[in-house]
Design a protein around this ligand. Structure first.
Ligand code: MN
Length: 195
């Protein structure tokens, strides 16, 4: 299995003024590329140990049952998560809204309203200490909000991530410095899948 960095589905400056072009260039071309390169290095080491039909999501779901993780396994968790997380992140943002009606209805029925969902999600993003992500996941048909540290993927828990917000400083520091709350508030404007 060899992973390639997916192109951004829009121009680097498409999310201006909410997310600036330079941040997008460094974030996609340097950070995400770095996860892809390190992931490929570890996948190469696994070699024949991996089933032919393995998927990254499936390997991630099996992570906790692999026994005592070794240094390569930790690298897989970090860099596989880094790749999966960022791939989702780019895909749910855009300069134009492309509402996912079904997801939007599920959010309303679970959290009461889009606004209360946003409040709870924002709280998860703000309260993550240090680097990590805020998530909306599908846990066996139920929507849940939580955050993870570092590049830990919801697939580690068998959950399908639907919306993810990167709150590593590399995602916002150039434009927002230490003001994570301002970045989160701006980000709702470029999240295309809900109002
Ligand atoms: Mn990132």
């Amino acid at each position: 299995m060899t992973i390639t960095l997916p192109d951004l589905p829009y121009e680097y400056n498409a999310l201006e003024p909410y997310i600036d072009e330079e941040t997008m260039r460094i974030h996609h071309d340097k950070h995400h590329q770095g996860y892809v390169d390190k992931l490929n290095a570890v996948l190469e080491k696994y070699g024949d140990k991996m089933p032919k039909d393995a998927t990254l999501e499936g390997l991630m779901e099996q992570f906790h049952s692999m026994g005592e993780p070794n240094v390569d396994d930790i690298s897989f968790k970090n860099n596989g998560g880094g790749h999966l997380n960022h791939t989702l992140f780019w895909s749910i943002m855009g300069p134009e809204k492309e509402i996912n009606e079904e997801l939007q209805e599920d959010i309303k029925s679970t959290f009461g309203s889009i606004d209360s969902f946003k409040d709870e999600f924002t709280q998860a993003a703000l309260s993550r200490f240090g680097s990590g992500w805020a998530w909306l996941v599908d846990n066996n048909g139920e929507l849940e909000i939580y955050s993870t540290a570092n590049q830990d993927s919801p697939y580690l828990e068998g959950h399908k991530p639907l919306i993810g917000l990167d709150v590593w400083e590399h995602a916002y520091y150039l434009k927002y410095q230490n003001k994570r709350a301002d970045y989160i508030k701006a980000w709702w404007n470029v999240l295309k899948v809900i109002e």
